[in-house]
Design a binder for this molecule. Sequence first.
Ligand code: COA
Length: 337
Amino acid sequence: MTRYAALAGLGSYLPPRRVTNEELAGTFDTSEEWITTRTGIRTRHWAAPGVATGDLAVEAGHRALKSANLPLAPGAVDAVVLATTTPDHPCPATAPQVAARLGLGTVAAYDIAAVCSGFVYALATASAQIVAGQARRVLVIGAETYSTILDPADRTTSVIFGDGAGAVVLSAVPDADRAGVLLGVDLGSDGSGRDLILIPGGGSRERANGEPDQRDRYFTMQGTKVFAEAVTRMGGSASALLDRIGWPTESVDHLVGHQANIRILKALAQRLGLPEERAVVNVDRVGNTSAASIPLALSDAAAAGTLAPGSRVLLTAFGGGLTWGAAALIWPDLHVV
Ligand code: COA
């Protein structure tokens, strides 16, 4: 029997502490004006000390299950996929622990590591499991606590990144023409750009580099090069997907790009030939939340009524690796939690 994967639930969670640009300007050699004009970010949320990615993932996962009218019980889903750059530990993966804490039983559970593209990669694998008949429902989560890997001596990354989590439930449906069905996914990578976004330490390469240095555990980024790659790669991936599924670019109602920088989102819309107003924006309120960025933007826009049922939605993300991806769907009638 042919099956398709459809969006059946959506939820998100932000840790309560909201950090303003004014607050950061008191700590770093920066200004409210620089952060706002260069990034479009006004506030971001940072988790309290002791709060880990798994904690945020449990909250968002719970809300997505509630949105899909599913219980916190075995049988609710057949798999949990968690996209993150900031797992609770290098080993084991965080997803099994999240599945257990949500009471979902002994389901398949695994992490996806594709940095800011992680959520689109997770959607692709979850949807493939459904289409292959390996799962009827999958909980897909993007969750991050970047505040745990930011270098306090790096004013650029410290003002950009935020913590948060978003989650969706994908569910098997028998026909492709229903709202919510993932109509296509495009994924790509270019490992020659590995050094543009890098945490140098904490992995097996560390041994080859001599004595570990605590600062090697921090996130590093070559911002200007990343900016250019992000626009090119998201634009290319989105265009390739639109061609494949036969959507004319101008038919896209909402462009949900990775929320890295307002200038990247505007440049992406321009590159695709879409009016800027079609770009969903919440980077101003949450900063760059990496793998949580797309589901947080979807949650915000759906809760605000921007994503009306029946509208054409194009998702695209770019991140370390380098990695990128895009996905498309007709927005379903969802109650966001
Ligand atoms: N406050 C004040 N000045 C800052 C600053 C801060 N927080 N961070 C950097 N600067 C300075 C730089 O030191 C540089 O100064 P200089 O000209 O004296 O050397 C100046 O601002 C311009 O920096 P530059 O890097 O050229 O600016 P930019 O226009 O490229 O903007 C980013 C910087 C990081 C905001 C931008 O490149 C970006 O958003 N990149 C993508 C980031 C991202 O989201 N990546 C995640 C993965 S997708």
